[in-house]
Design a protein around this ligand. Structure first.
Ligand SMILES: *Cc1c(COP(=O)(O)O)cnc(C)c1O
Length: 417
């Protein structure tokens, strides 16, 4: 376990003692999650990165020494993390870069990287002894909480999930299947988000909302640890990831920065965030050198629902991640995103949802704009499974050979293909 020394507000720099604050600095409001900080000098003295090679834990809990959880505390049983890192030479060749890898986080139990955050939050909830964990989301964060909650036992932890009533049926079904209590709010996602938070405060439920709960970041940072360990501690030059609320890219940043502070990697990679052109407030803020606190909500439209966010909930830390690492933000069209679904799958074997496939189009854009160089080692984080959005996947391909059930018909169809 890593002992928390402070929770730091990234806007004002104010530090809070552990136990004195739950979510965010009330003087600043909800613009960024607090940074959970440890005594890195002492961790550096006591921890040995090479000891990990004999660690047989094949989930994100192999990094328990760097996570805020006591050694004897129970953790949810779903096997989250330690996902495959595939070297993908055809992807590299296609893009004209030296080396590329795909981190396949769509292979997590509920199909997305969000499982990392949910399992950390539920582990903390178990430690605190809270009975109800709640979140507002229409998609992967909700599924992750519902799934991790179900793995624990509903009499121990109840999950209450707020979704806009108009959310896609398939996504609502996944929550109901896991046994979550689903509140269908007759209004927008933003309203559902606020309602969820208000209920959490008034009923003393534990709130997992993105941009509010600092433990989400502690879960997400483990993807960076895994990438570094899987590359034998030779940090990549660049990491490309898609961005909506900005919470994943902030977690990835924290993970690499911590490893650097521990002396386990020699440099922190540049982070390239990819947004959909129709939902790209962070691209604009970055290009215009704007302070995150000055960003205003805007209308957004994209088919990539997991990265649709008009006022990113973790905007302060997302901008910091890109600025501090001298990375970049790029925007890609919905058309390019749809096209990228089969291209990415055929070059890598990884079937990704639209919000993830955007990273392929984003890499092309970054190369064109000079943010990515041909001689670099690049990691693509595949954040979500393609089965999450089959409708868009179908739009991206055509074909299938329709035949009468005879050998002759199959042969003719194959010949004419
Ligand atoms: C949530 C999510 C993202 C974006 O993460 P943010 O933290 O909102 O920036 C990207 N891809 C998938 C599949 C997601 O579920």
């Amino acid at each position: 376990m890593a002992d928390i020394i402070a929770l730091k507000d990234t806007v004002t720099g104010t530090s809070f003692q552990p136990g004195t604050i739950e979510y965010f600095n009330p003087d600043v409001g909800q613009v960024a999650t607090l940074d959970i900080l440890y005594d890195y000098d002492s961790l550096r003295q006591t921890l040995d990165r090479d000891a990990l090679s004999s660690n047989r834990e094949t989930t994100l809990w192999r990094y328990r020494d760097l996570l805020p959880i006591a050694p004897d505390s129970p953790v949810p049983p779903l096997a989250v993390g330690w996902t495959a890192l595939y070297q993908t030479p055809r992807l590299a060749q296609d893009l004209g870069i030296q080396q590329a890898w795909v981190k396949d986080d769509g292979a997590n139990p509920t199909g997305s990287l969000k499982d990392r955050a949910s399992t950390m939050v539920v582990a903390h909830a178990l430690e605190k002894g809270v009975k109800v964990v709640s979140t507002a989301s229409t998609g992967n964060a909700a599924a992750a909480l519902a799934g991790v909650g179900a793995s624990v036992n509903h009499t121990t932890i109840e999950t209450i999930i707020f979704v806009p009533a108009a959310a896609p049926e398939a996504k609502i079904a996944q929550l109901l299947v896991y046994g979550a209590t689903v509140i269908l709010v007759e209004d927008s996602y933003d309203t559902a988000f606020d309602l969820c938070y208000e209920m959490c405060i008034s009923e003393n439920w534990y709130c997992r909302n993105t941009g509010i709960n600092p433990y989400t970041s502690e879960g997400k940072k483990t993807v960076a640890y895994e990438i570094a360990e899987q590359l034998n501690w030779q940090a990549p030059d660049v990491v490309i990831v898609s961005v909506g609320d900005g919470s994943i890219i902030s977690g990835v940043h924290k993970g690499f920065v911590e490893l650097h502070k521990l002396g386990w990697i020699e440099h922190v990679p540049r982070l390239i965030g990819v947004q959909a052109a129709g939902s790209s407030p962070l691209v604009k803020a970055w290009q215009n050198n704007m302070a995150a606190v000055d960003m205003q909500a805007e209308e957004v439209h994209t088919i990539a629902d997991s990265i649709s966010a008009g006022l990113p909930r973790d905007r302060v830390k997302a901008l910091r991640a890109v600025r501090e690492t001298k990375g970049a933000f790029v925007a890609v069209s919905d058309e390019a995103i749809i096209q990228a679904i089969p291209t990415f799958a055929r070059l890598t074997g990884v079937f990704a949802e639209p919000s993830t496939a955007a990273i392929y189009a984003g890499a092309k854009e970054a190369l064109k704009q000079g943010y990515l160089q041909a001689d670099e080692r690049v990691i693509f984080i595949s954040t979500g499974n393609g089965l999450k959005d089959v409708r868009r996947a179908q739009e991206s391909v055509s074909g299938g050979l329709r035949v009468q059930p005879t050998l002759g018909a199959v042969r003719t169809a194959l010949k004419n293909r």
